[in-house]
Design a binder for this molecule. Structure first.
Ligand code: SAM
Length: 383
């Protein structure tokens, strides 16, 4: 069942993604999308193509502004899937979709949904500015509660003079006018690099970790990951291991530090995460030739019965919405993809009750370790 989106003359059926998600009360769009669509209708001419739509989460902008030949630029593989799904169910032809790790495409006008992460915003604004003519506006939209002096300062430093509209349905438009004379800020420089200590049977090794602007825990090691690193399994040479939701790849890197010939798949729905993991393996383990890197929605592209071990520090939100549906999807996919006797090991916040979830799915679950905040569990595929 889809939700009906109606704005002026535009009528669309729009789903969040994955479509079977149980949280049906969440819509695929918000008032910030509506502000951007109205802006385009009122200020852009039909010849103003292509329009670059940035961070279009479920394809609302691509569908509603289809007549402007929209090009999507985003860090989310799931957003790309959601867009394809929504275009198709509304009988609209595919649009060009460009990953955040690729160069910013050319455009005539740009409409940006504010990302949750200010590092990523800076990265995107810096790229966009290279394509904006002097004096051209960059239009962004966001919830009013997210628009504060610090945020406007980022637009002012990266693009030029900035103003925000009055609040409408709790959202506002931001207009930043490109000033080519403005110097490009020297900090922060992307990607961010910092050292991480990984335990191995021979003692700790320190690696420099590369983090692209939108990767999870880009500024320091996640506390859950830090605990997980102390409780990773011993992987055998030749086993196929998956680092599911790999982020910068730190969990898989720890496997490679003890078993460089492990056959490792790093997968994540964020293009910048997959790129970070790839850069880290290439820089830290140049002789590890059995690694693969994939943008995927959980393990949707993996064959049944194809992995020996799956390691996962699961996400507990999708963009700003707190949810356990992704963790649930990852566990169910892991069960399908593991060989008989294969194992899923996870780290999670103690209060989330993921041990019970694994027991329900796998018919049992081993408690590996806990501290005050986190637990590590392992489930074995028995049949
Ligand atoms: N493994 C890294 C670590 O421990 O630092 C990152 C863990 S972070 C808690 C969860 C990761 O899952 C994020 O990198 C996020 O982009 C990714 N993710 C979220 N939803 C996903 C999905 N549907 N499919 C694949 N990865 C997803």
């Amino acid at each position: 069942m889809s939700s009906q989106f109606t704005l002026d003359q535009i009528q669309l059926q729009l789903d969040r993604f994955p479509p079977e998600q149980k949280t049906r009360s969440l819509q695929a769009w918000d008032a910030a999308d509506e502000l951007l669509i109205r802006y385009a209708q009122q200020h852009l001419a039909s010849a103003d193509t292509p329009v670059l739509v940035v961070n279009d989460q479920f394809g609302t902008l691509a569908c509603a502004l289809h007549h402007f030949a929209p090009v999507q630029w985003s860090d989310s593989y799931i957003s790309q899937l959601a867009t394809q799904h929504n275009l198709q169910q509304n009988g609209l032809s595919p649009v060009q979709q460009v990953a955040s790790t690729e160069a910013c495409p050319d455009f005539v006008a740009v409409l940006l949904k504010l990302p949750g992460n200010h590092s990523f915003l800076r990265y995107q604004l810096r790229q966009l500015k290279q394509h904006l003519p002097d004096g051209a506006p960059l239009i962004a939209a966001a919830k009013a509660k997210d628009i504060h002096a610090n945020l406007l300062q980022i637009f002012a430093e990266e693009i030029g003079s900035v103003s925000a509209s009055l609040t409408e349905k709790k959202c506002r438009l931001i207009t930043a006018v490109c000033d080519k004379k403005l110097p490009v800020p020297t900090r922060p420089q992307f990607p961010l690099t910092w050292p991480v200590e990984l335990p191995t049977p021979q003692g700790p090794v320190t690696l420099q970790i590369i983090n692209h602007a939108n990767v999870f825990a880009r500024e320091q090691l996640d506390v859950g990951a830090r605990f997980f690193l102390q409780h990773l399994p011993q992987v055998q040479s030749g086993q196929r291991v998956i680092d599911l939701g790999c982020g910068n790849g730190v969990i898989g890197l720890a496997v490679l530090a003890t078993e460089p010939q492990a056959h490792l798949l790093f997968c994540d729905e964020s293009f910048m995460a997959v790129q970070s993991a790839k850069d880290n393996v290439n820089a830290c383990f140049p002789t590890a030739t059995r690694c693969e890197f994939l943008a995927d929605d959980s393990l949707s592209q993996q064959a049944d019965l194809s992995a020996d071990y799956i390691l996962c520090n699961p996400p507990f939100h999708q963009q700003q919405a707190v949810t356990d549906h992704i963790a649930w999807q990852m566990f169910a996919d892991a069960r399908r993809v593991l060989k008989i006797g294969g194992r899923l090991r996870i780290v999670c916040n103690r209060h989330l009750g993921y041990g019970e979830k694994l027991t329900r799915l796998f018919g049992g679950c081993i408690h590996v370790a806990s501290n005050a905040k986190f637990s590590v569990f392992e489930a074995i595929r028995r049949k």
